[in-house]
Ligand binder design. Sequence first.
Ligand code: F6P
Length: 200
Amino acid sequence: IWLTRHGQSDYNQHGRIGGDPELSPAGEEYAKHLAEFVRKNAPRDQEVAVWTSTLRRTIQTATKITRSPRTWRALDEIDAGVCDGMTYDQVRIEMPDVWAARSADKFRYRYPRGESYEDVIQRLDPVIIQLERQRSPTLVIAHQAVLRAIYAYLMDRPPSECPSISVPLHTVIQLTPTAYGCEEKRFALPPHVEDQGAGG
Ligand code: F6P
């Protein structure tokens, strides 16, 4: 199983959350490197299944690998509700109550008209069931919060730890199922970009 966030988006560049932005030039570059990584590392006799969310930045990241990925709404990023499109600084200054409540309990905190990590975990159920049934290599191109939840499940980490798990941009997390869980390897692919929103 390969897990990766989409390539850097316009929003990532400016530290804005949510939305449906396109890839930045660096994000496009990552899409190429990711395709090369998959070509080099996929087992010869097996087709790689490519799953994305319904958001443009994940579909664009997949295009160099396949024109028709399997898109799942369940893989869409955590819905930041009224904060969608804002930067973390804007939320802190303009909505101090939201900022304080989320900082106090990031796992359970539900954005007004949006979601919490708990909500995300619930809607990921069908994806995880299908992922566990997969017999061929599967590349999941999704988003920070969603991948934290999938990773925590596969690595048997307590769900409450999800919000602080590190899932950087331009990194492939390779999880190989073994008798006792999963073996993990991480591959940082070029280009290196600053992660504005790697909130812990
Ligand atoms: O900053 C990128 C992003 O994917 C946002 O769209 C999303 O709101 C955020 O990460 C989730 O991370 P956190 O829960 O740490 O705010």
